[in-house]
Design a binder for this molecule. Structure first.
Ligand SMILES: CC(=O)SCCNC(=O)CCNC(=O)[C@H](O)C(C)(C)COP(=O)(O)OP(=O)(O)OC[C@H]1O[C@@H](n2cnc3c(N)ncnc32)[C@H](O)[C@@H]1OP(=O)(O)O
Ligand SMILES: O=C([O-])CC(=O)C(=O)O
Length: 444
């Protein structure tokens, strides 16, 4: 039995008992009011979910179990050969268990993931059956679905299991899936862009380092970037599209492969995770239109105005919850200053940062004019030669697995219910406004 599962069992049992008591005493306490506008506008600001792994503050940004990104960069274990960036395995441990891991905990987790990382041949055959022009996110999700044959949870459920034991089987799937994703992502990358010349995993490397290695990158600072990237993209509390979709589908007791694939289909949307590809595409198009590698701030401003005038969003800017510069953007900016301060593409990202917020602010309707995580990531990747921007969201997805699958373990361990909010028709809303109907659902 792996130590991490025993620790999770103990933590989840204690939390479950505490929540039961809390609900017994306070379950009928109102938590807020909902306006009609919120119902029509993406439920923004409605508290309706519990997610233990991280919490987002509109001003400060994300905290994972209470720790900010700079704190994690300081406190999480690093790669042994002089690494400076946190190992994402450590973040996974923190999100799952709720405590900072020791170096030994992370070492153990790395070896557990390595041991579970085998991907069956039919998954590769499934990827190979897709036409080469398939988007990498479609290949990635298709491979995850093909891997569903391996679900312990689905097998156990078909045989018949006690509700109390759901999480035990789900946990196995979550660990297996996280272990296998770097291999799948690297396979997609090399099939689509590197002549299908695949690279075997290196049993001595950490989870993110191995991903870099299997993709064919050998620069140690790219390994460091992957460790940082996989850490900062992992979780963003529960209401974002990928986390919410995973949670929602998992609430029907669809196994973790099915639930995670649903989350990844959401991540593939341009207003969510696909924005990282859109950002770099937009910058490349701008450079081409202006005929320069390093557009001036005035040129950028004009290009932004043109983008807005054509009815498009400026990718990488704005956020549904955040109201300041995303600390994930700042962490990447720090990385850029340290490793590639003179790179013209990275400098362009910084010049855009000085130009766009003022313009968006002047529109008067954009609630957050500041950059999000996706505004920066692509430029760092291009620096190391990873220019195939359609692949970027796959990297985001590998990282996001850590948060949403840790959360799924919590969902089942806490016995959370199938998600099923009430919806209404506009017809009913009009009747309600006219005093002819009630609108609330059964709250019991
Ligand atoms: C990992 C992530 O998912 S981070 C987000 C990645 N997505 C992007 O970067 C895409 C660009 N940004 C956006 O489209 C939005 O800011 C979102 C989707 C992130 C948030 O959406 P919302 O919460 O609805 O934003 P908000 O309440 O500020 O929107 C109000 C108006 O401002 C517009 N707006 C918001 N951001 C931008 C932007 N970057 N460029 C232009 N207009 C924008 C909205 O489209 C909306 O316009 P409308 O009233 O004409 O429909
Ligand atoms: O929180 C959100 O809605 C989007 C986001 O930044 C993420 O999921 O990382």
């Amino acid at each position: 039995m792996e130590i991490i599962k025993d620790r999770f069992r103990a933590k989840a049992a204690a939390a479950s008992a505490e929540i039961k008591e809390m609900l017994k005493e306070h379950g009928s306490k109102p938590i807020g009011e909902v306006t009609l506008a919120q119902v029509y506008q993406g439920m923004r600001g409605i508290t309706g979910l519990v997610t233990e792994t991280s919490l987002l503050d509109a001003q400060e940004g994300i905290r994972f179990r209470g720790y900010s990104i700079p704190e994690l960069q300081q406190k999480l274990p690093k790669a042994q050969n002089g690494g400076n960036e946190p190992l994402p395995e450590g973040l996974f441990y923190l999100m799952l268990i709720g405590e900072l891991p020791t170096d030994a905990d992370v070492d153990h987790l790395t070896s557990v993931l390595m041991r579970r990382s085998h991907v069956p041949k039919h998954v590769f055959d499934t990827i190979n059956a897709l036409p080469l022009n398939t988007h990498p996110m479609t290949m990635f999700v298709t491979a995850i679905m093909a891997l569903q044959t391996e679900s312990h949870f689905a097998r156990a459920y078909a045989k018949g299991i006690n509700k109390k034991d759901y999480w035990e089987h789900l946990f196995e799937d979550a660990m297996d899936l996280i272990a296998r994703l770097p291999r799948i992502a690297a396979y997609v990358y090399r099939r689509k862009y590197k002549n299908a010349e695949h690279i075997q995993p290196d049993g001595l490397l950490d989870w993110a380092g191995n991903l870099a290695h299997m993709m064919g990158y050998e620069d140690p600072s790219f390994y460091e970037l992957m460790r940082l990237y996989m850490t900062i993209h992992a979780d963003h509390e529960g209401g974002n599209v990928s986390a919410h979709a995973t949670h929602l589908v998992g609430s029907a007791l669809s196994d973790p492969y099915l639930a995670f694939a649903a989350g990844m289909n959401g991540l593939a949307g341009p207003l969510h995770g696909l924005a990282n590809q859109e950002v770099i595409k937009w910058i490349f198009e701008m450079r081409e239109a202006l005929g320069t590698e390093l557009p001036s701030k005035e040129q950028i401003a004009t290009y932004v105005q043109d983008t807005l005038a054509s009815g498009k969003v400026v990718p990488g800017y704005g956020h549904a919850v955040l109201r300041k510069t995303d600390p994930r953007f700042s962490a990447q900016m720090e990385f850029g200053k340290k490793h590639m301060p003179d790179d013209p593409l990275v400098q362009t990202v910084w010049n855009i940062y000085e130009t766009v917020p003022g313009i968006l602010q002047s529109l008067g309707k954009v609630k957050n004019p500041w950059p999000n995580v996706d505004a920066h990531s692509g430029a760092l990747l291009v620096h190391y030669g990873l220019v195939e921007y359609e692949f970027y969201t796959v990297l985001f997805g590998v990282s996001r697995a850590l948060g949403v699958l840790a959360s799924l373990c919590w969902d089942r361990a806490l016995g959370l219910a199938i998600e099923r909010p009430k919806s209404v028709t506009t017809e009913l809303v009009k009747d309600w406004l006219g005093g002819k109907a009630e609108i609330w659902g059964d709250t019991q």
